[in-house]
Design a protein around this ligand. Structure first.
Ligand SMILES: [Fe+2]
Ligand SMILES: [Fe+2]
Length: 246
């Protein structure tokens, strides 16, 4: 039995938003997802898919994309990404009822893997605009947008705390924390997300959302204050899922 993660499939079986324009790594990326998942993930394994599943704007426009995910091997736990318009954060329960047992939606709840609680939420972080001088030195950023971002971070923190509390109240003491957005932005060394990870003694923080060489390093990767931070964006992994636990 193993636990895997990967995110940002950006599927478009029913929309015209092919990802091919974003470079070679995205060419036929759904074929790569299928091939790598079938090779690595066994039916008894679990994979957390960390958001941005589909370009569809509602469940009907996502139907083929979600069916594609359903058919992949393993227990599929989905996190909400910023592009997942089909997923109203207040209606996660209805999604879980509708797709059970084919897909599981992680929001305000938790799932378990052996003695670990898998907790998570979409998260949020300020992504600019940042202002640079002609030499590429950071000179400033949009402060109004940064203030607004703090409100969105607070809302996501409330959701994440709910997920931790649900797991704690059922006796879980080991946690893996999943976010769609990176836990910190280029201005930060710490954030409410890194703080809650410390507070609960999380062993790993897994996130995606960052696309392209220039963005992969936006947040923490590797060991930081005893916690392992892992970027699992599909393009970063060339669509090969990462094994977190076996
Ligand atoms: Fe994405
Ligand atoms: Fe995203």
């Amino acid at each position: 039995m193993a636990l895997f993660a990967m995110g940002d499939f950006h599927l478009s079986f029913q929309t015209d938003k092919s990802m091919d324009i974003f470079g070679n790594v995205w060419k036929h990326h759904e074929k790569k997802i299928e091939k790598n998942m079938k090779k690595l993930v066994a039916p008894e394994d679990t994979i957390v898919i960390t958001g941005d599943h589909s370009w569809g704007r509602n469940l009907e426009e996502c139907r083929l994309d979600l069916e594609f995910i359903e058919k992949l091997p393993g227990r599929k736990i989905l996190l909400r990404g910023n592009h997942d318009m089909f997923w109203d954060a207040k209606k996660t329960k209805a999604l879980n009822e509708r797709f059970n047992p084919k897909l599981f939606f992680l929001q305000d709840n938790f799932y378990s893997y052996e003695d670990y609680a898998l907790v998570g939420t979409k998260g949020f972080t300020f992504e600019g605009p940042f202002y640079y001088d002609p030499w590429g030195n950071l000179m400033g950023w949009d402060e109004a947008k940064e203030q607004h971002a703090q409100k969105l971070v607070e809302r996501e923190m409330q959701r994440l705390r709910k997920s931790f509390e649900a797991a704690s109240s059922e006796g879980y003491r080991k946690f893996i924390m999943f976010l769609h957005y990176p836990p910190t932005n280029i201005l930060e060394k710490e954030s409410p997300f890194t703080q809650i990870a410390k507070e609960y003694g999380v062993s790993r923080v897994v996130y995606s959302h960052c696309h392209g060489e220039s963005r992969y390093g936006d947040s923490i990767r590797g060991e930081h204050e005893g916690i392992r931070y892992e970027l699992v964006s599909g393009d970063y992994l060339d669509f090969c899922p990462v094994k977190l636990l076996s």
